[in-house]
Write a protein that binds this ligand. Structure first.
Ligand SMILES: [Zn+2]
Length: 228
């Protein structure tokens, strides 16, 4: 059964809604978290995220999502976006350095929702969409477990040149303690793969969408490797 239920996860400092969408059955035991727009101007990441989510919704309608559900937070920093900030929220904090401190309502809203999950629903993957100078994925380094390595190989491995106009690299980085990124917090808190999906400023928009769609199509199959 497909559920797509938009809801308000919390409020920003200015009182703006932090909107979220859930795809899949709320009873599905495996939860994938997708986060966007921690950094206001990073629109190419948002373009990829939109195509990624549209493809997931298509898959959900066509085939169902099985035992997987998604929490999608496309705009975590609505105040910074409305105010034209470079990185910070209204509280002058880079939200992607606040995972750990949780000093800001935007990051706290996500954590509170996760903390309230029923015990039989477990996060299995987090992907955080951003923009930078070139297309890449920041992934865990040798701190990744064997299952996490298998997932990476199944999802992204060997596909760096698979999408015309959208070559990317895979950049393993172990966590800096206390760095406060979503990537590091989700990996440490839940022992799951947690990746930063970085889209080049100059990436062709059509290729960006096609690659994101292709990567979304491969995701459910790759997630199966985490069950081993
Ligand atoms: Zn960013």
């Amino acid at each position: 059964m497909l559920g797509t239920a938009p809801f308000t996860l919390g409020r920003s400092l200015d009182g703006r809604a932090i909107e979220a969408i859930r795809i899949g059955s709320k009873a599905a035991p495996r939860l994938v978290i997708l986060i966007g727009r921690q950094h206001p101007p990073e629109v190419t990441g948002a373009i990829a995220m939109q195509a990624f989510v549209e493809t997931l919704v298509g898959t959900a309608v066509r085939d169902g999502l099985g035992d997987v559900q998604f929490l999608i937070v496309p705009m975590l920093n609505p105040d910074g976006t409305a105010r034209g900030h470079w990185r910070a929220n209204r509280g002058a904090i880079d939200l992607n350095r606040d995972w750990g401190d949780f000093s800001q309502p935007e990051t706290r809203a996500v954590k509170a929702w996760l903390d309230a999950l029923p015990a039989d629903v477990k996060p299995v993957l987090m992907v955080d969409f951003h923009s930078t100078g070139r297309n890449l994925f920041y992934v865990q380094g040798d701190e990744a477990s064997p299952a996490q390595h298998r997932f990476l190989a199944a999802w992204l491995g060997g596909r760096e040149q698979a999408f015309a106009g959208y070559p990317f690299t895979i950049e393993p980085r172990n966590a800096n303690p206390g760095s406060g990124t979503a990537k590091n917090w989700f990996h440490a808190r839940y022992a799951i793969p947690a990746y930063t999906y970085e889209v080049a400023d100059t990436a062709d928009r059509t290729a960006t969408r096609a690659a994101a769609s292709g990567l979304a199509e491969g995701l459910l199959g790759a997630l199966a490797t985490l069950e081993l």
